[in-house]
Design a binder for this molecule. Structure first.
Ligand code: GLY
Length: 312
């Protein structure tokens, strides 16, 4: 479907398992089965055959393994290509594209394991030149803005399309109306504008008067997750090494799933910390980020060791 001319992956929404299975079969079973409601980025099962698709539909729609987020499901064709995260700040008329970033959705190295909210990201992702990024942005954002206008949608804020770069051109997998996590950690450590001024311009409708400025440095974020995530995990594990990590140069540790227990900082979620570092190139940024990761410890901590490796 290409509503308003926005290139999108073929997909449909279902509340009925038989209809869903018929659609999945029409795609040869090669599809993503997604909980339609919010499931912390985890409600997606990737299927390579009709049998797998049927199992995934039964799991999410019938057995409600993601609770009522799976009251309806979206089935989407599986596309071959490189997935990137686009972000654009919008003010209703203007959409200002951010640089490229790439998330790592699966829990384990080599893109294995279950889908998560995101195990790490880096920016820029070198799969698109500046000119290609501009073209991809125009292919998606120009018709999207036109579509918003024709439907009287005054969208102000962050638009985050997940995009597959296929041989047939870019295809949108999903539109999120929020910042990506952990993409934000790598964007904000490269952003040279005052973020508040940008957000005010987005609300005021004056983004056309602002140029987004980005540092040329490469930023890498490695997510430290609780043992068991994206499945069940324990909370309340004391975290050590945060001060030592904070002393490293060009490094920032973003807290996601943490809380305080008396004087200690303890785990309080699946994705616990976004350990982020920046440097002149990807290799150096990765080395810094992983050096910071090594300083931090909590019982059961796990992280991917290959964030950004695809781009080396
Ligand atoms: N990076 C994945 C998400 O924010 O949904």
């Amino acid at each position: 479907m290409a509503r308003h001319g926005v290139p999108t992956a073929q997909s449909a929404t279902f509340a009925d398992a038989t209809a869903a299975k018929n659609f999945a079969a029409s795609l040869g079973g090669r599809c993503a089965v997604k909980a339609d409601g919010l499931a912390l980025g985890k409600g997606v099962l990737l299927c390579a055959s009709v049998a797998e698709a049927n199992r995934a539909i039964d799991e999410i729609l019938v057995a409600k393994s993601f609770g009522m987020a799976g009251a309806k499901i979206v089935i989407q064709e599986l596309l071959d290509g490189m997935e990137i995260s686009l972000h654009a700040l919008c003010d209703g008329k203007t959409a200002k594209l951010f640089p490229t970033a790439q998330d790592h959705k699966q829990a384990l190295d080599g893109d294995h394991g279950l889908n998560t909210g995101g195990m790490g990201a880096y920016s820029p992702a070198p799969f698109l030149s500046e000119a290609e990024l501009k073209r991809v942005g125009e292919e998606i954002l120009t018709p999207w803005l036109r579509g918003c206008a024709s439907e009287s949608i005054d969208f102000r804020g962050i638009l985050y399309p997940g995009v597959m770069l296929t041989k047939a051109g870019p295809k949108v997998l999903e539109f999120n109306a929020r910042f990506g996590d952990p993409e934000t950690q790598v964007f904000l450590t490269r952003l040279e504008n005052d973020l508040v001024e940008l957000l005010v311009a987005s609300v005021d409708g004056t983004l056309d008067q602002i140029e987004l400025k980005w540092s040329p440095l490469v930023s890498v974020c490695v997510v430290l997750a609780s043992g068991g995530y994206p499945g069940n995990y324990a909370k309340g594990k004391p975290i050590s090494g945060l001060e030592a990590a904070a002393e490293l140069p060009n490094t920032k540790v973003f807290h996601a799933g943490t809380t305080r227990a008396d004087e200690a900082v303890v785990t309080n979620g699946g994705r616990v910390l976004g350990v982020t570092a920046w440097a002149a190139d990807l290799r150096a940024a990765r080395a810094l980020a992983y050096a910071a990761v090594e300083k931090i410890q909590f019982d059961g901590a796990h992280f991917r060791r290959d964030i950004g490796a695809k781009a080396l």
